[in-house]
Write a protein that binds this ligand. Structure first.
Ligand code: PBG
Length: 324
C-alpha cells in the first residue's frame, strides 16, 4: 500500500513518536575514553591537533578517570608516552614503565572503572614501528614474546582488558597463552583485529610521538581497499582467543563493522580515531558545522552499523549530553 495511504512522515511528527520508533540507542555504557599518559606531576599538556585532549601525568590521569567514572563512562583505554625510547621498546614492558604505573594508580583510585591497556611497541620504539626490526622490516615472530610480556606486565598491574594494536600475525594466541601461564585467565582480550593502515591516525601519532621514522605501517596494517580480508583477520583472532574484536578506524569502515557483526555475532568495538575527532573539532572551531550534533550523529551511526563498544575522544562530551 503506497501513498496516500502510507505516509512515513506520520511517525516523525513529534519527539515522543520519534522516540518510540527509534531503532538505535546510544548509551554511555557503549563508550570508552582514550587517554594519554606521560611522566611528571600535575601535567596537563594540550595536544594541538586534538583540541580538548591532553597528555596527562599519572596524578592528572587519576583525576580524569574519576571524572569519567562520575559521568558513567564504564572504561578508559590508556596510551603511554615513555621517558625514553629504544629499538626494542623496553619501557612498554618495564614493571615501572609509564603504563604499568598508570594502571596501578587508576585501579587503586577508581577500582570499578574498566581499565584497558593498549598493547603495542610503536609508542616505545625509537624507530616508531610496532615491533622489533630485522633490517628495515618488522620481525613478526621475534615481536610476539615481547607483546606477550607487555600484556602480562599490564595484567599484573591490574588492567582488566588487554588490547593489542600491533597487527602481528599470531599475537592473540601468544598473548592469551602468556596471560594464562602467568595466572591471568580472566584478563579480557580486545583485539584490534581489522586495523587499517590509515591517514586518520595522524593526530594520535603527534600525541604519542609514534610516527614511524622510516617507511609506513602498510607491511602490517590492512589495506583500506579490503573488506573480505577483515573477516579473515577477525576469524583468526576469535580462533586464537579474542573476546572482543575491533574495527579501526570507524567512520570510513562502517561497512566492515556491519559485516563483522553480522558474520560473527561477538561483541564488536569500533575506534572513532584521532583524525575523525580532529576533523569534526577543526570544522566546528571555524563555525562550519555544529560539532556537538556531529559528534552525537557520528557515534549513533557507529552503533547503527553494529558496534557494541565505541572508543572515542568525544566520550565525556557525549556522556554529558546523554545525561540531558
Ligand atoms: C598504536 C595505536 C595507534 C592508534 C591506536 N593504537 C596508532 C597507529 O597505529 O599508528 C591510533 C588511535 C587514533 O588515531 O586515535 N599502534
Amino acid at each position: 500500500m503506497s501513498y496516500p495511504v502510507t505516509r512515513t512522515r506520520r511517525l516523525r511528527r513529534t519527539d515522543a513518536l520519534r522516540r518510540m520508533v527509534r531503532e538505535t540507542r546510544l548509551s554511555v555504557d557503549n563508550l570508552v575514553l582514550p587517554l594519554f599518559v606521560r611522566h611528571g606531576d600535575h601535567v596537563r599538556e594540550p595536544i594541538a591537533s586534538m583540541p580538548g585532549v591532553c597528555r596527562l601525568s599519572v596524578d592528572a590521569l587519576v583525576e580524569e578517570c574519576r571524572e569519567a567514572a562520575a559521568l558513567g563512562i564504564p572504561g578508559v583505554i590508556l596510551f603511554g608516552i615513555p621517558e625514553r625510547k629504544d629499538p626494542v621498546g623496553s619501557e612498554g614492558y618495564a614493571e615501572d614503565g609509564i603504563i604499568a604505573r598508570a594502571i596501578r594508580a587508576v585501579k587503586e583510585a577508581v577500582p570499578d572503572l574498566v581499565v584497558w591497556a593498549d598493547v603495542c611497541l610503536c609508542e616505545y620504539t625509537s624507530h616508531g614501528h610496532c615491533g622489533v626490526l630485522k633490517g628495515r622490516e618488522v620481525d613478526n615472530d621475534a615481536t610476539l614474546p615481547m607483546l606477550a610480556r607487555e600484556a602480562v606486565v599490564y595484567a599484573k598491574a591490574g588492567a582488566d582488558v588487554i588490547a593489542p594494536s600491533d597487527m602481528m600475525d599470531g599475537r592473540i594466541g601468544a598473548i592469551r597463552r602468556g596471560l594464562d601461564e602467568a595466572g591471568y585467565q580472566n584478563a579480557v582480550i580486545v583485539s584490534y583485529a581489522a586495523k587499517y593502515a590509515s591517514a586518520f591516525y595522524g593526530p594520535f601519532r603527534d600525541a604519542a610521538g609514534s610516527a614511524p621514522e622510516f617507511g609506513d605501517r602498510r607491511g602490517y596494517q590492512m589495506d583500506p581497499a579490503n573488506g573480505d580480508e577483515a573477516l579473515r583477520e577477525v576469524a583468526l583472532d576469535i580462533d586464537e582467543g579474542a573476546d572482543v574484536v575491533m574495527v579501526k578506524p570507524a567512520l570510513a569502515y562502517l561497512d566492515v563493522v556491519r559485516r563483522v557483526k553480522e558474520m560473527f555475532r561477538v561483541p564488536v568495538a569500533a575506534y572513532n580515531v584521532s583524525g575523525e575527532y580532529a576533523l569534526v573539532r577543526a570544522a566546528a572551531e571555524r563555525g562550519w558545522v555544529d560539532g556537538d550534533r556531529i559528534a552525537m550523529e557520528v557515534l549513533t551511526s557507529i552503533r547503527r552499523a553494529g558496534a557494541d563498544i565505541i572508543l572515542t575522544y568525544f566520550a565525556k562530551d557525549a556522556a554529558r549530553r546523554l545525561k540531558g
